[in-house]
Design a protein around this ligand. Structure first.
Ligand code: IPE
Ligand code: IPE
Ligand code: MG
Length: 240
């Protein structure tokens, strides 16, 4: 492992796992074949992220806008998620991974939301990588949901609006323990954030790669980390 790189490992990395459909189309396969392959990459990248010493990894699996897709595709994605929850429990425990989820999981079909919550509870004492899976997630929805919770506390007399600041607002997000995102990686060549981690990514470095997600390897992660390590972050200040 490269020593220079190790010194500049981002604490919180977000990945927009995009390009599954195009990967399948290029191979004359149905879109769902791309999602299936993409799931394998997610497993490998979680492992690789742990090896690099990344503490928090947020993976964008399904957005609040992805419901616009054909019902069959949505159903396949939900089933894929359900089997992953069942199949990956052992691996998460073995690797000491703490699992979190961000999104309106209560709106997911069947008892998928409950299953996700159970996984969160079962891994809550793990001390290794924190894996945050964004499912039925939208950055705007997260900010609206936080604001609703704040309104509830104000109504209940638990909070005075004048107390509100960024730190307090952060406490009402889906997972207050998530630090700001340092690096957002978007495969598939698109140059947009697509409603991912809007609050947390305020000062994130963006790295886009042309590779489609089902072809994204640990070597691509390393390249993105290298690019990140070469960036100069200023947070609005100046570097002397
Ligand atoms: C990302 O791949 C997976 C989800 C959004 C669920 P896409 O399905 O968006 O793949 P492309 O962008 O159509 O290639
Ligand atoms: C972003 O990809 C959402 C996920 C990867 C889950 P999309 O494919 O939905 O984004 P757009 O539509 O290209 O912006
Ligand atoms: Mg896409």
């Amino acid at each position: 492992m490269n020593n220079q790189l190790e010194k500049k490992i981002p604490k919180h990395v977000g990945i927009i796992m995009d390009g599954n459909g195009r990967w399948a189309k290029q191979r004359g396969l149905p879109r769902i074949a791309g999602h299936k392959e993409g799931m394998q990459r997610a497993r490998e990248i979680v492992e690789a992220a742990g090896k690099w010493g990344i503490k928090y990894l947020s993976l964008f699996a399904f957005s609040t806008e992805n419901w616009k897709r054909p019902a069959d595709e949505v159903k396949f994605l939900m089933n894929l998620l359900e089997s992953a929850i069942e199949n990956e429990f052992g691996t998460l425990m073995e690797n000491n991974v703490k699992f979190l989820t961000s999104g309106r999981i209560q709106e997911l079909p069947g008892n998928l939301g409950e299953k996700l919550q159970k996984l969160v509870a079962a891994t809550t004492h793990n001390t290794g990588l924190v894996l945050n899976l964004a499912v039925n997630y939208g950055g705007r929805a997260e900010i609206v949901d936080a604001t609703k919770k704040i309104c509830q506390d104000v109504r209940a007399g638990l909070l005075d609006c004048s107390q509100l600041d960024e730190e307090l607002f952060n406490n009402y997000l889906y997972n207050p323990e998530l630090p700001p995102a340092d690096l957002i990686i978007r495969p598939s060549g698109e140059m947009r954030i697509s409603n991912f981690l809007l609050w947390q990514a305020a000062y994130a470095e963006l790295v886009t790669v042309d590779t489609l997600w089902p072809s994204f390897t640990p070597a691509d992660l390393e390249k993105a980390l290298q690019e990140y390590a070469g960036r100069e972050r200023r947070f609005g200040g100046i570097v002397s």
